[in-house]
Design a protein. Structure first.
Ligand SMILES: Nc1ncnc2c1ncn2[C@@H]1O[C@H](COP(=O)(O)OP(=O)(O)OP(=O)(O)O)[C@@H](O)[C@H]1O
Ligand SMILES: [Mg+2]
Lengths: 332, 258
């Protein structure tokens, strides 16, 4: 009954929400079955309620503080070098003021695109196989395999990113010899991290495609693969896109694996297959870590790169959110 | 227009038997109504005919279904081929939300990997929508989403989609259960016109509807929960409603259970 105590009365926490409990009704039922409460009890309850409300509001505030403060710090420190030079020069031959992050921006873009090109098809394909084939299969072997795949995906999702980096480093070393670094290796490491993210997001949206659409397509004489390409994928598309974007925003700020396998360079490298390639997170790290004589210039560049990175992540998140919302709106 | 024969058809969901030993002869170019209390296996039986039942994990069918004498359930028959000859309309209208009205009508063509010239496609859309009694309401909004139609219109769109590919048999699972009297009347009228080209099997809870539209009626029932549903009686609609031979049929028609 204490639970009901909490949702009772005109507290600002619950008063206006459309709780699934239908608080109005619950209150009415509760009230009608109770003798009139003493005013003392009422007062005590009101005080308890206020205290609770205040505590919860404080929690919400505390949660918001770091984000706001982070944004504020990043923007205020980052604005100093948010100039054209930052976006049209690399760090080649720069020791001190000036220089930019063009090479790191390009590196991030190329590595992330390559990682997406690897992870999105694998993640979506795995999700499709699990939902559309394995879950509908009557073979015990397939079901067992599906369970194993789900377990592997779950574990991969939890692998620390630096371990993924080490793994890819070791893998590439087998083929290309030790010490080989390239954008592609970085992309592979990011793809390892990104695939489970994309997979679980896709699995969720595919499972949400109503069974009646699937049956409708089959009943029209569609082979299963066409049912997938013409009905299920188009229906799930906004969700799939938002899943991929979530995956991208998960890896675009990854530092450790890129540090290991893509390395760092001061100059432009647009060839994913050959040589070290800079990226924004690693750029920030290296500016911060290897300050020259004019430390302030290095700090400023690091902050501006951080600002660009945060803006990028926020933009990705926003797009993912919007496309997911667009999807739910279309369902109705 | 095809002859459909069911011989000792039983359907299972895993270990649970939902339908037992149904033998039924369905004449071409007729409407057969399938009636019976809820849970007696009408939908299940209907879905064995186009092999949709077996797409449910763990579900299986035994017995024999023949379409114009050809084996439907056997290993030699391709479910995709069967479903292109046996169309289905579901209880809940299920137009494809990502497709426009005309794309929905042409979905069957597309899903079977065929292509039509634009002119031909237009003809198919118009013919099917007219047949489904939906042309007047939609001819100015063919490019709009099918999800914007009313429930009754969506159901008629699904009927248009099913007949656009000209199946031989049309299975309808409670096609009017979510519709108002006007849409129901429109769909009943439609069923009667469809009869001249198609063999129609319709599941319905509405006995008056069964009596109005069908030529033949099959009554299914189930003794107790957990028991399989069985075919109790099958005959011409007139005789089944006026002179049922089984007491269970009699009770059901009199509204005593179900
Ligand atoms: N997917 C399923 N898995 C397991 N059992 C099922 C499934 N679908 C139906 N059943 C069971 O099979 C039996 C027959 O169901 P069915 O849907 O064919 O009945 P129905 O006659 O169509 O009923 P209604 O008139 O309510 O639609 C019921 O006991 C039901 O619980
Ligand atoms: Mg049913």
């Amino acid at each position: 009954m204490t639970g009901l105590d909490l949702i009772e009365v005109d507290s600002p926490v619950t008063g206006s929400t459309g709780s699934s409990l239908a608080p109005g009704r619950a209150q009415a039922l509760w009230r009608s079955s109770q003798p009139l409460a003493s005013t003392r009890r009422q007062r005590r309850r009101r005080i308890k309620d206020r205290a609770m409300t205040a505590a919860l509001a404080a929690c919400a505030l505390i949660a918001a503080v770091p984000l706001v403060s982070l944004l504020w710090t990043t923007v205020s420190h980052g604005l100093a070098r948010l100039d054209p030079t930052f976006f049209n020069q690399s760090m080649r031959g720069v020791a001190g003021v000036g220089g930019g992050a063009l090479h790191a921006i390009w590196g991030s873009v190329l590595i992330t695109l390559a990682a997406t090109a690897l992870a999105a098809p694998v993640g979506l394909g795995t999700a499709l196989w699990l939902v559309e084939c394995a879950d509908r299969s009557r073979s015990a072997l397939t079901s067992g395999l599906a369970r194993a795949v789900r377990a592997v995906v779950g574990v991969t999702a939890g692998i620390p990113s630096i371990v993924a980096g080490l793994f890819v480093y070791a893998l590439i070393a087998l083929v290309a010899g030790p010490g080989y670094r390239s954008g592609l290796a970085g992309a592979i490491a990011l793809a390892v991290i990104m695939t489970p993210v994309v997979e679980s997001a896709c699995e969720e949206v595919l499972a949400r495609v109503p069974g009646e659409l699937r049956e409708g397509a089959l009943a029209l004489g569609a082979p299963q693969w066409r049912c997938v390409t013409s009905v299920i994928l188009p229906t799930a598309r906004p969700g799939v896109i938002s899943g991929v974007l979530l995956g991208v925003s998960r890896v675009v700020g990854e530092t450790a694996p890129l540090l290991l396998v893509a390395g760092f360079t001061d100059s432009m490298n647009l060839n994913l297959l050959d040589g070290r390639m800079a990226s924004l997170p690693v750029y920030i790290y290296s500016q911060w870590q290897n300050k020259g004589v004019q430390a302030a210039a290095y700090d400023a560049r690091a902050w501006t790169a951080a600002l660009v990175l945060v803006a990028l992540v926020l933009a990705l998140h926003l797009t993912a959110r919007l496309s997911a919302r667009w999807a739910t709106r279309k369902e109705h | 227009m095809s002859h459909l024969q069911l011989d000792r058809v039983s359907a299972y969901y895993g270990a649970f038997q939902a339908v037992a030993d149904v033998s039924l002869n369905i004449e071409p170019c007729s409407i057969t109504a399938l009636i019976g209390p809820s849970g007696c296996g009408k939908s299940t039986l209907l879905r064995t005919i186009n092999r949709l039942h077996e797409t449910i994990p763990g579900a299986r069918v035994t017995g024999d279904v023949r379409l114009n004498g050809q084996d439907v359930l056997g290993p030699g028959s391709d479910p995709v081929e069967v479903r292109s000859r046996v169309g289905m309309v579901f209880q809940r209208a299920n137009p494809f939300p990502t497709m426009s009205i005309s794309e929905n009508v042409l979905a069957g063509v597309k899903l079977r990997g065929r292509r039509l010239a634009p002119k031909q496609a237009e003809q198919v859309v118009e013919r099917s929508l007219k047949a489904a009694n939906l042309w007047q309401e939609t001819k100015d909004r063919l490019k709009k989403s099918g999800a914007g139609l009313s429930g009754g219109q969506q159901q008629r769109l699904c009927i248009a989609r099913a007949i656009a590919v000209q199946p031989e048999v049309l299975l309808m699972d409670e096609p009017c259960s979510a519709l108002d009297p006007a849409s129901t009347a429109a769909i009943e009228e439609l069923m009667v016109t469809l009869k001249s080209d198609y063999t129609v099997v319709v599941v319905t809870h509405n006995l008056a509807q069964a009596a109005r539209v069908s030529d033949q009626t099959a009554f299914m029932s189930v003794d107790r929960a957990g028991q399989p549903g069985r075919l109790i009686e099958h005959g011409s609609t007139v005789s089944l409603f006026n002179a049922p031979t089984q007491t269970a049929t009699c009770d059901y028609i009199a509204g005593k259970f179900g």
